[in-house]
Design a protein around this ligand. Structure first.
Ligand SMILES: [Zn+2]
Length: 184
């Protein structure tokens, strides 16, 4: 069943919303919201988790190159933050579920900072360049930083092996190089 809404890009009421339900690895049952604008071609896919495991919080301490391979399954309700760099990805900015690793998260943030630079706000230039330098060091395994993944429904998870760890209980565990803290 399709609904119509205003397109966030061209503002005409040509945005068609399609909903479907499916099960995907790591995330369980999800609702897929596909928005397609028949006028300008804008499209966006959102996945909303249908499973609720309660709020979770994963804290990964990154200190060496090998840690960049740690896998993260980030659900549509999860946020990713690097407090040391003041960087944050919010579900409201991007609500797609994705599986990634720490290095790819750094690349995503690097791209966002580069986009910000292109907007040409000169007052922010120095700040952007400093951030890009810090991210570059981090990608070479030369910086210590923290990745914090918070998920209101506990569908995001972290692993160093092929098996993804799902947080459910209030406890704290340490996995060689990773500190997975289940809080709240
Ligand atoms: Zn449009």
């Amino acid at each position: 069943m399709a609904e119509r809404d205003s397109c966030p890009y061209c503002a005409t009421r040509s945005l068609e919303l399609r909903k479907s339900e499916t099960a995907i690895p790591y995330f369980g049952r999800v609702l897929i919201l596909a928005s397609i604008c028949s006028d300008c071609g804008y499209r966006r896919n959102d996945t909303m988790p249908l499973e609720d495991h309660g709020p979770s919080r994963h804290v990964i301490k990154v200190s060496k190159l090998d840690d960049l391979r740690i896998k993260v399954a980030r659900s549509g309700t999860g946020s990713i933050e690097i407090p040391e760099f003041g960087l944050r990805l919010d579900p409201r900015d991007e609500s797609q579920s994705f599986i990634t690793n720490i290095e790819e998260i750094l690349v995503r943030f690097e791209e966002s900072v580069n986009r910000l630079k292109k907007l040409g706000r000169t007052s922010k230039m120095a700040e952007c360049n400093k951030l890009l330098h810090e991210i570059s060091l981090a990608r070479q395994g030369k910086a210590r930083f923290t990745i914090v993944i918070e998920d209101t429904q506990g569908n995001s998870s972290v692993t160093k092996e092929d098996r993804i760890l799902r947080s459910s209980l209030v406890s704290s565990k340490e996995y060689s190089g990773i500190i997975v803290a289940y809080a709240r």
